[in-house]
Ligand binder design. Structure first.
Ligand code: G3I
Ligand code: 9MR
Ligand code: ZN
Length: 564
């Protein structure tokens, strides 16, 4: 009796011991039938690891630790703990004798459903122009109607008041930027087009839930309607709607700076990149919403055509902040890739020769932008344009073959690099830029799109590896998605999180992540570290810990792709 009692006490104590940063797991979890790898970064003589059932500590798996591998991006010596063979659904943690235990994780086909729900629902939290309330699940996470005072900025060539309509707050700030809305909204619409059956099973608990349209599309529409409001009567699209400067850390309804539509300051006032991005997104929307709301789909199609006509007539109008404006610029220097994407999506939706002609005249020069290092980004949408033609069953055999070949070659290289990396993620040392976690997620999207072009389990595995990195399998053992996992980051540069009275940040938001360039005042005070460690969970660090819709969108896509 005594020894059983002593054992029970010991087991309870083992369960209660706090997890250690040295053992890194995906704190959401792992899918049955896929690789399951934890990482250990500790000086230890241990050769073995064990996996335990969380409910009672029972050992369910024993494995050997792999040989240590030195990883230059983090400065860590990393050992893999591979428990791929263990597939039983449940909650678990890992233990290494003498080192400690990991945070808990799930094994199950539904391991990422909650993360998908939170990451996608975070867009609802970013809605402008409506009162938002995350409900009983997140009591106190709410904001009132915001940014109702709209006006034309003098740089728009117009004057007077203007009603401000809908859209998503871009990031930690309350601006709305058409260029950044472009890839963001396009990526989310593609998530629906590619994984519609899966995502449609997940209710988001947003105001439109139950209206017969899938919730992902309900949420995206909020931003599409703002984008539509940014189109001028000649078809051109204004670059952004923000205050002239960033407001303080206040809730959105307390931001009293007028939300102004900002143009280029001289004729034609609208910018090419914004207009072409808009055309691409509206062309996709025209396809996607057709079964649910044909009139809206038709409105999107008309808007896309008008935007295209404008962009063709004004192919090189760049945007710079006009005098007196200091909010984000999203100042892309080349809009040829946006034009390619717009042409491809318009062709895919309408089947019209003129759009295909533009695509066929320009795809070849865009090929270098579909590559193994540097995925798509707000400034590079060429891969979207190239893939749109192939996914849309383009008939030009030469273009289709070349794009497929480039996609596969890049994905092969990314997958091999990811598998060989100490932390099993796709970033190269130079990819640790502002928003590097968004780059990680976009590599994941690139891999999943390649998998659509030529199914390859190695691509899916590498995409999952990137997800594992974001959700805790990283040097800090930190989940970079708020409210996902037991050890998530806490202090995003995000005005609602900073200004409200909740201790926790708003849920489902992906942190920008490590940035090797010290681009904000707190980072400037940091000592130099390996690039993967150039991150501060500090509200002041907008260069490493802001959130943004264009980083959450590829996360949503990636999660959508691994839903049951
Ligand atoms: O691409 C270069 C790379 O070649 C170079 O080696 C590296 C060295 O630092 O820089 C890379 O460029 C960086 C670029 O992001 C990459 O996209 C720039 O340094 C960096 O300054 C730039 O940061 C942008 C930032 O605004 C400042 O302009 C981010 O992309 C962009 O996501 C961010 O967007 C802001 C909006 O303006 C305002 N709202 C919040 C939002 C998120 O922080
Ligand atoms: O909050 C702003 C963030 O969204 C931007 O990405 C960042 C860089 O443009 O700027 C932040 O605003 C800061 C401003 O640039 C300087 N004063 C402090 C602001 C943060 O509180
Ligand atoms: Zn607002």
């Amino acid at each position: 009796m005594r020894s059983i009692f002593a054992f029970a006490l010991f087991a309870a104590a083992a369960i209660a011991a706090p997890p250690v940063v040295d053992i890194k797991v995906d704190q959401a979890g792992y899918l049955p039938g896929h690789a399951k790898v934890a990482l250990l970064a500790a000086a230890t003589d241990a050769r073995e690891f064990t996996v335990h059932r969380a409910s009672d500590g029972k050992t369910v798996f024993r494995g050997k630790l792999a040989a240590a591998q030195t990883d230059a991006d983090s400065g860590d010596k990393v050992q893999a703990a591979d428990f791929t063979k263990f597939n039983k659904s449940g909650r678990y943690y890992l233990n290494v004798a003498g080192v400690g235990r990991s945070w808990e994780f799930t094994i199950g086909a539904d391991a990422f459903v909650r993360s998908y729900y939170l990451a996608t629902r975070s867009f609802y939290g970013h809605r402008c122009g409506i009162a938002v309330d995350l409900g009983p699940e997140f009591p106190g996470f709410q904001h009132d109607v915001c940014h109702q005072v709209g006006a034309w900025h003098e740089s728009s060539g117009k004057s007077g008041n203007r009603i401000s309509a809908k859209g998503w707050h871009d990031a930690g700030d309350y601006g709305r930027y058409v260029v950044n809305s472009g890839l963001t909204t396009g990526t989310m619409l593609w998530a629906y087009e590619l994984f519609g059956t899966r995502v449609s099973k997940v209710k988001l608990n947003i105001p439109e839930t139950g209206n017969g349209t899938p919730d992902l599309l309900n949420e995206i529409r909020w931003n599409l309607e703002w984008m539509l409001s940014m189109q001028d009567s000649d078809g051109g699209v204004f670059h952004k709607q923000t205050s002239a400067k960033f407001c303080g850390f206040v809730m959105p309804e307390k931001d009293e700076l007028p939300s102004v539509v900002i143009g280029t300051g001289k004729d034609p006032f609208k910018s090419t990149c914004a207009t072409a991005d808009f055309a691409a997104v509206m062309a996709i929307a025209a396809r996607v919403y057709k079964p649910f709301d044909p009139a809206f789909a038709e409105q999107c199609a008309k808007a896309a055509r008008a935007a295209w006509t404008w962009a063709e007539a004004h192919p090189t109008v760049l945007f710079n902040n006009p005098a007196g404006v200091s909010t984000g610029a999203y100042g892309d220097r080349n809009c040829a890739d946006e034009m390619l994407w717009a042409a491809a999506e318009l062709w895919r939706t309408t089947g019209e020769a003129a759009y295909e002609a533009h695509f066929l005249a320009h795809w070849a020069e865009m090929r270098p932008l579909l590559r193994a290092v540097g995925p798509m980004s707000w400034a590079n949408v060429a891969p979207m344009g190239l893939w749109a033609y192939v996914l849309g069953k383009g008939l030009n055999a030469e273009a289709v073959a070349a794009i497929r070949e480039d996609s596969i070659k890049a994905a092969d290289e990314i997958a091999a690099r990811t598998a060989a990396h100490g932390y099993r993620q796709s970033l190269t040392a130079k990819d640790f830029i502002w928003g590097s976690n968004g780059v990680v997620a976009n590599y994941g999207v690139q891999l999943l799109v390649a998998n659509e072009l030529k199914a390859n389990p190695a691509y899916v595995s590498a995409a999952l590896d990137n997800l594992h990195y974001l959700l805790g399998r990283n040097p800090f053992s930190l989940s970079y998605v708020s409210a996902v996992g037991a050890n998530a980051y806490q202090h995003p540069h995000h005005r609602p999180s900073g200004a409200d009275t909740n201790a926790a940040p708003w849920p489902g938001l992906l942190s920008g992540g490590p940035n090797r360039a010290k681009q904000d005042p707190v980072m400037k005070k940091m000592e130099d570290r390996p690039p993967m460690r150039m991150f501060l969970d500090d509200q002041e660090s907008y260069a490493s810990n802001e959130v943004a819709i264009n980083w959450n969108a590829p996360l949503v896509f990636l999660l959508a792709g691994v839903l049951p």
